[in-house]
Design a protein around this ligand. Structure first.
Ligand SMILES: [Zn+2]
Length: 240
């Protein structure tokens, strides 16, 4: 059974209801819960895990880590009251401050990709949007004659895009259609599967993460450094 991912279409939802499909408690007090649907973001795609709690009539589970396996979202944690049981209705509560921080950092990564695509046209190959040193990596390097000013150029583009405050939107489409439209799709995304693309200031990027609704929420976004190594370009950034 696969878990319905509510956060894909409603990234601002901090509370929701669901039904408990599995609740596996281990001997060491560890607990894994599977729901029919969830607002919890499972760590992946360069974005850290959500945290929060799952409450039923019979118990409360503190959720410290969320992962994704075979279509299911696994909520890992421990009981702080009673027992969460299969079949119960559950109230889901994510940590809203943490979600907002992760969404800002992650959308900041999209904007770095947008700026680099416009200025230099390099495809992004890796994103790390964790608070302890976020960066985006690109295939290819900036020509030597442009290297000295490239950090300032990226910064100016980021400032302009944040000031424009355009809306972050998304749509689902087939990999084939997206490739035909010129969207860079990483090789690991299988053909024939609907893929969500997230659009920031006209730039399309396949993504399953959570985002802020408008780019104006990224005030303070700063390109900290631009480094070149082994045919790759890495732009480190933060939110000031
Ligand atoms: Zn994203």
């Amino acid at each position: 059974m696969s878990t319905t991912l509510i956060y894909l279409d409603e990234p601002d939802l901090n509370q929701a209801d669901a039904t408990v499909m599995r609740a596996d408690a281990g001997p060491a007090g560890d607990l894994t819960i599977v729901l029919d649907q969830t607002i919890f973001y499972p760590q992946g795609g360069g974005q850290p895990t959500d945290r929060g709690r799952i409450e039923t009539a019979g118990g409360t589970a503190e959720i410290v880590r969320v992962s994704f396996a075979d279509g299911e979202v696994l909520h890992h944690g421990y009981h702080s009251r009673g027992r969460v049981a299969v079949g119960e209705r559950a109230g889901l509560h994510i940590d809203p401050g943490l979600r907002r921080e992760h969404s800002r950092l992650h959308t900041g990564g999209h904007l770095v990709m947008t700026a680099v695509d416009r200025l230099i046209g390099l495809p992004a190959t890796k994103g790390y949007h964790f608070p302890d040193g976020p960066y985006v990596e690109f295939a290819g390097v900036v020509p030597p004659e442009r290297r000295e000013s490239v950090a300032e150029q990226i910064q100016a583009e980021l400032d302009r895009l944040v000031a424009e405050n355009s809306e972050v939107t998304w749509r689902f489409d087939s990999v084939e259609k997206l490739r035909a439209a010129g969207v860079h799709i990483p090789a690991e995304i299988p053909d024939g599967k609907p893929t969500r693309v997230v659009i920031t200031a006209g730039y399309h990027s396949p993504c399953g993460g959570t985002h802020v609704p408008r780019l104006g929420e990224l005030k303070g976004l700063r390109a900290k450094s631009v480094r070149f190594k082994s045919g790759r370009t890495r732009v480190s950034y933060d939110l000031g």
